[in-house]
Write a protein that binds this ligand. Structure first.
Ligand SMILES: Cc1cc2nc3c(=O)[nH]c(=O)nc-3n(C[C@H](O)[C@H](O)[C@H](O)COP(=O)(O)OP(=O)(O)OC[C@H]3O[C@@H](n4cnc5c(N)ncnc54)[C@H](O)[C@@H]3O)c2cc1C
Length: 378
């Protein structure tokens, strides 16, 4: 059988793409190498603005609703805010990804449990090779995550990666999330609720020993420590870091580096981009890449502005913490609920940021910036 589209990977990006394309009547094969439900290292925090992108019935997957934010600094002090409304939801990725995949199957996508091995051009189509046979398709979508085989076969190499560690353990947080800055140069440690327990993790772009930082933090805070698992989170700094694909081989989600450089949020962007990819394919079936690039502009702009904020916030972590209650936590709320975008926050944030940047801060900042001692920020 010839497929209109073969999608590799049944994470949020691939399942969302398969859902929208199948709903529009295209013949879609969704290829996933793991048997679903499968484990995916992730805190499973989905911003409230993603609600409109989720298929009917997602509510039953919500383990926790987030209504309170806490920002910590170096494990030493904390500031809190009550958001008075839902800002995010916690899901378990096993159930969430399976749910999205089933939704795509309900509207006609066919799921194949197989691993992509490679692909090549065959006339005006593509021949896709898996360990369960080969398939002919007009369009190939690489939604196969951060270490995407489709992307590497196209010749892409990711420039920016957070390395991260996470473990799940006992604890209760209910509606609160805690983000700790001041522990790594660029990134943060989190303690999020996860159903009846909690997830504890850390992400950085630097070379710190995050295993010992995570361990030490857990012991200090009385968190029952388990050996964490590690994975990468890709993010863009410039337009060219978002890899969209070539000809009729398109990339989406982590495969394309569509993760926010400030918070490492990827689920929302994967869902959004999956929808946009399907729209662009319907708009311009013979040259979908052109349409894809066009419709993705607002999404890419968001990621780039999140990156600009990340550079400021992580370079000047003490100032970011000082701005915590009044500004940072409220800014998280407005982004996560979709009231404001990162671009707006970036420009408005400058005024508030400069107000907080006193001479005393400036000198400690300069020390950090020069890289003389990272302890200066803690
Ligand atoms: C520790 C950690 C915590 C995170 N926490 C959050 C969070 O709280 N909120 C948030 O929004 N984001 C978070 N993220 C980021 C988020 O997990 C990703 O951005 C998101 O999963 C991207 O979705 P995706 O569909 O692009 O890729 P993935 O979810 O990685 O899915 C890719 C799929 O492709 C399959 N696959 C790979 N190769 C092949 C192949 N050759 N053949 C067939 N199938 C293949 C994989 O098995 C997988 O199912 C976190 C990431 C990490 C590492």
């Amino acid at each position: 059988m010839n497929w209109d589209v073969v999608v590799i990977g049944a994470g949020p990006a691939g399942a969302s793409t398969a859902y929208h394309l199948s709903k529009s009547g295209l013949r879609v094969l969704l290829v996933e190498k793991e048997k679903l439900p499968r484990f995916k290292l992730c805190a499973g925090c989905i911003s409230a603005r993603a609600k409109g992108l989720l298929p009917e019935g997602y509510e039953r997957l919500i383990l926790n609703i987030i209504r309170f934010g806490r920002l910590g600094f170096g494990g030493l002090k904390e500031t809190k805010v009550d958001y008075l409304k839902d800002v995010a939801y916690i899901v378990d990725r096993r159930d969430f990804d399976k749910f999205l995949t089933e939704k795509s199957q309900e509207v006609g996508a066919q799921l194949l449990h197989a691993e992509l091995l490679g692909f090549e051009k065959e006339g005006s189509n593509y021949r896709v090779y898996t360990n369960k046979g080969s398939f002919k398709t007009e369009v190939l979508v690489g939604a196969d995550g951060v270490h995407s085989r489709v992307a590497s076969l196209l010749g892409y190499k990711k420039r920016n990666l957070f390395k991260s560690l996470e473990f799940f353990t006992d604890g209760t947080l209910e509606e609160k999330v805690l983000i700790e800055i001041g522990l790594v140069r660029r990134g943060y440690l989190w303690v999020f609720p996860h159903g009846e327990g909690i997830s504890v993790g850390i992400a950085t772009t630097g070379k710190e020993e995050i295993l010992s930082i995570l361990k030490e933090y857990s012991y200090k805070k009385g968190i029952k420590y388990h050996h964490p698992k590690g994975w990468h989170i890709p993010f863009p700094e410039e337009d060219r870091d978002v890899h969209l694909g070539k000809e009729r081989v398109l990339l989406v989600g982590d495969a394309a580096s569509m993760t926010d450089p400030l918070l490492g949020e990827g689920i929302y962007y994967a869902l959004w981009a999956g929808k946009l990819l399907s729209e662009s394919l319907l708009m311009n079936p013979s040259k979908p890449l052109e349409a894809y690039r066009k419709v993705l502009k607002p999404l890419i702009e968001e990621l780039i502005y999140a990156g600009k904020i990340a550079r400021l916030a992580y370079t000047f972590q003490k100032v970011a913490y000082k701005m915590g209650k009044e500004y940072v936590l409220q800014s998280f709320r407005s982004v996560l609920t979709g009231e404001k975008g990162y671009k707006e926050l970036y420009w408005k944030g400058w005024i508030s940021f400069l107000k907080n940047l006193t001479a005393e801060k400036l000198s400690s900042i300069l020390r950090v910036h020069e890289g003389r001692h990272y302890r200066g920020i803690a």
